[in-house]
Design a binder for this molecule. Structure first.
Ligand code: FAD
Length: 313
């Protein structure tokens, strides 16, 4: 897909792929420039309690347990969120009968003409390949839950070999994880907000989970800034919570499910053809491609400040 068709719609008509560790280093450097931000390592949240004025966080660290008090808390602590559990908020949805296997590989795939983001559509060897640096690629594929860890490791070079046309590769690291499509019942519980995978989890093959999480953070910082700095009514936070849950359930989750099915084990040939037709059409028609790519804008949702203002009118 030629992302150049987005030139008039955005200043950034390209995808940026980056490994999590490299992304964390960028974010940390930026946070260190903020005089009010403090990064605390090796502390973990053990529990929390809230009243109408604030939240008390119980932390465990090498120096022993301690408590801190905060006016607002954002639970951005991932799929197994301790914040969400402490609040007793459920995460209904379903778990796929396959796990995702993510491998970091060293290979020169530019030489065989691979672009930075590739889907291998294949009933047996479906995979997603993303370039994350010079000679660094991430290969993600699904494996049935019943396949053991040892078997996945044994099969990995062969499976990756098929996706890269037997170009020489070195597997540097790999992990496997169960895959879910699940959302918390609520993203705001009093003075605590949930975002990212603490709020919702989608299958990890296609990238909708982190993209949606980025937009959560963007929308939540707007809403919290309005409440903390401009003294806006806290219904801005309810607008954040409702709109981000809507975006996940109506857009991120169904799109990520259908793309996961496209990549591997679609099963039904007719559905596969219908799905592929839109990509064939996009390849032939730049206007259609532009509309298709702009559809991802739905993941941005709406400004919570604008939603709250509209409701007040
Ligand atoms: C093995 C693996 C492979 C993946 N592969 C892909 C992929 O190929 N493509 C893709 O699109 N997505 C992939 N993902 C998903 C992607 O990494 C997530 O969507 C993204 O990281 C979610 O961001 P987050 O900030 O919500 O949570 P996370 O990145 O999980 O961050 C949560 C943070 O909270 C901290 N934390 C957790 N519990 C506590 C506690 N009790 N106290 C204090 N801190 C705590 C953790 O240390 C962590 O720093 C993968 C994830 C995993 C685990």
């Amino acid at each position: 897909m030629d992302l150049g068709v987005l030139e008039k719609a955005t200043r950034f008509p390209f995808n940026l792929h980056i490994e999590p560790t490299a992304l964390c280093a960028v974010l940390e450097e930026r946070l260190r420039q903020e005089p009010l931000a403090q990064i605390e390592r090796y502390s973990s949240l053990a529990g929390l309690a809230q009243d109408q004025f604030g939240v008390t966080l119980s932390l465990s660290s090498a120096d022993g347990p301690r408590q801190i008090r905060a006016a607002w808390v954002v639970g951005a602590d991932g799929a197994t969120s301790a914040v969400r559990r402490a609040l007793g908020v459920g995460l209904p949805g379903f778990t796929w009968d396959e796990r995702s296997v993510t491998a970091l590989i060293d290979a020169d795939l530019d030489r065989i003409g691979y672009t930075s983001f590739m889907f291998q559509v294949d009933d047996q060897y479906g995979a997603v390949l993303q370039k994350v640096g010079p000679r660094r690629w991430i290969h993600v594929h699904p494996e049935p839950l019943a396949v053991t860890h040892e078997d996945i490791g044994r099969r990995l070079p062969d499976i990756i070999g098929r996706a890269v046309k037997d170009a020489p590769i070195r597997v540097l690291d790999w992990r496997s994880e169960r895959m879910h499509q699940r959302s918390a019942d609520r993203y705001r519980i009093g003075r605590v907000l949930l975002e990212g995978e603490a709020a919702h989890v989608a299958n990890r093959m296609i990238g909708h989970s982190p993209i949606t999480s980025f937009f959560d953070a963007y929308r939540l910082s707007e809403a919290l800034a309005a409440v903390v700095s401009v003294d806006a009514d806290d219904n801005v936070l309810d607008a954040y919570a409702a709109d981000r849950r809507r975006v996940f359930l109506d857009h991120a989750s169904p799109i990520s499910s259908s793309r996961k099915l496209l990549v591997g084990r679609f099963g039904d040939q007719q559905r596969l053809d219908t799905e592929l037709d839109q990509y064939r059409r996009a390849a032939a028609d730049p206007h259609y491609l532009r509309e298709m790519l702009l559809f991802n804008n739905e993941l941005a949702g709406e400004s919570p400040v604008a939603i709250a203002a509209r409701r007040q009118r």
